[in-house]
Design a binder for this molecule. Sequence first.
Ligand SMILES: Nc1ncnc2c1ncn2[C@@H]1O[C@H](COP(=O)(O)OP(=O)(O)O)[C@@H](O)[C@H]1O
Ligand SMILES: [Mg+2]
Length: 362
Amino acid sequence: MSSRLEAEQLYKVFGRRPGEAVERLRRGADREDLRADGTTAAVIDASFTVEPGRIFVVMGLSGSGKSTLLRMLNGLLEPTAGHVRFDGQDLTALSDRELREVRSRKISMVFQHFALFPHRSVLENAAYGLEVQGVPRREREQRATEALELAGLAGWEKSWPDELSGGMQQRVGLARALATDADLLLMDESFSALDPLIRRDMQDQLIELQKKLRKTIVFITHDLNEAMRLGDSIAVMRDGRIVQIGTAEDILVRPANDYVASFTQDVDRSRVLTAAAVMDARTRGDEAECGCETASPGTAFGELCAISARVEHPVAVVDADGGLVGVVPRQRLVGFLGDEQGEPGPCDTPRGKTVGAVKAGA
Ligand SMILES: Nc1ncnc2c1ncn2[C@@H]1O[C@H](COP(=O)(O)OP(=O)(O)O)[C@@H](O)[C@H]1O
Ligand SMILES: [Mg+2]
């Protein structure tokens, strides 16, 4: 069971006269305007809702305000203005004691550099959050054992941290967060220090876990590919402000501005896009213009390219009843592959990038 998380017009200003700074920001000032006074507007007017059981990714360059935002969500930082609501409770209105209670029972954090206690076993490390909560030894060892199993570390309970690889240590961090049964998982660049292959592994593991556990997750990253793999929805931050919130498809296909668009240039579109996102929508009765090759609205872009490569005609996109809902002409696919525009034969061109991207997604 998870709960809804809401951020309402959150501001965090570091420096002198923060209240005054918020007023200026509300009137349209930006970070640069305030910097002259030695004031940092770390987070400016952030509002969003994370539905129960969803992964909300906050993506942005270093310094854009991601960690500050996250620390307001669990009450480690008090907002200069605005509210955080979780599970129906306004965290910003709680006393320090109430807040600590909420933080230890309902919220777990996983950091980038996960500090394990070197003289405690893997099991004891995973059970640490429960120990802080005062859960009796037996119960916490049982729950930590289950959490380690979920994190893919069954059999390692008695090992010492220095016997584990970096990826495995990060899994212990994940297990510690899972063991407490917290509804809300806050993950700050949790996978960013890992090698690419291990990192992908951890992303897959998180996606698998989430199918079972349905936590409410806020995941921070500066990597757009990671954001797109994990996020049910994604907030893009720039200079303290959220400049767009949307699905991976929204951000790729309908970027809010040039900044977001420039960010998406290196994304492997073939992994993210589906036929529904790239097709020209049609109403029933237009079947004549299509060949006999069909795809469904959920067909992945890479597969769509493979289908398109086999036929001259546009590919027909049909719904579950076989009714036509859209068509995808070959030329359509080119534009979505990024920087290869204008090349004929998008899916069978011998030029490296397009073919590579299609293969990667197929
Ligand atoms: N405690 C602090 N005091 C003053 N400035 C801070 C503090 N924490 C963060 N900042 C500033 O706020 C901005 C956002 O930082 P941060 O939230 O850490 O960004 P990110 O996590 O996206 O890299 C940066 O300019 C940073 O220097
Ligand atoms: Mg950070």
